[in-house]
Design a protein around this ligand. Structure first.
Ligand SMILES: Nc1nc2c(c(=O)[nH]1)N[C@H]1C(S)=C(S)[C@@H](COP(=O)(O)O)O[C@H]1N2
Ligand SMILES: [Mo]
Length: 202
């Protein structure tokens, strides 16, 4: 009956074990955006790190591309219940960004902010240690604008709304604060394995 394993998958038997509760697997890459896709010319794009109004790091697009790169293959999980296995991304890890800015994370959380006004909060501990990156390539091509190009945050172990598209900077916070979806009924942390979809979920 099962045709699993006929598609050159490395760990076909593991698919069920890689699907968090309430999720289904898809091979598509759905697009979920709260507004229109912003188009900022690359010569006006920058990425910044800030804390309490103080600028801690700033890179132009060219400078950003010159930073040390990381490539990862990860599973992603959207709160609308699709999960996608083995997605391939390339970009600059949070760790390398801090190193390039010659800083240690000055707060406990960050607020990612984006062209178009979207924001989302993530604990520093969920970005550090190779857990989070700013991705600008997907599947060996530049990141498509609808999926967040030129660059998006990627925090694959949390629900995908934490992976802010069109990200332009991280503001360090001294305590947790809600971003866009978190102010609108979604969970502050968003662990798909604990099904932390909505405010009040355990
Ligand atoms: N700037 C921005 N980032 C965003 C969103 C958005 O509306 N705006 N939607 C979030 C949600 S709810 C999801 S599921 C993913 C969708 O990413 P995709 O469109 O690449 O699948 O982006 C997240 N990042
Ligand atoms: Mo989502």
């Amino acid at each position: 009956m099962s045709t699993r394993g006929f598609f050159g998958r490395k760990r076909p038997e593991g698919e069920a074990g890689r699907t968090p509760p309430g999720q289904y697997l898809t091979k598509d890459f759905p697009v979920l955006s709260a507004g229109p896709t912003p188009h900022v010319p690359l010569d006006r794009w920058s990425f910044t790190l800030e804390h309490g109004g103080k600028l801690l790091g700033k890179w132009s697009w060219e400078e950003f591309l010159a930073l040390p790169r990381t490539k990862v293959t990860v599973d992603i999980h959207c709160v609308t219940k699709w999960s996608k296995l083995d997605t391939v991304w390339e970009g600059v890890s949070f760790d390398k960004l801090l190193a390039a800015a010659k800083i240690e994370a000055p707060g406990t959380h960050v607020m990612a902010w984006c062209d178009g006004g979207y924001t989302t909060n993530v604990p520093v501990a969920d970005l550090a240690g190779g857990k989070g990156m700013v991705a600008f390539r997907y599947g060996d091509a530049p990141l498509d604008p609808v999926h967040g190009g030129p660059a998006r945050l990627l925090v694959p172990h949390l629900y995908f709304w934490k992976s802010a598209k069109w990200v332009r900077g991280l503001r360090f916070l001294d305590q947790d604060e809600p971003g866009f979806w978190e102010m609108n009924g979604y969970h502050m942390y968003a662990d798909p394995w604990r099904e932390q979809r909505y405010t009040g979920d355990p």
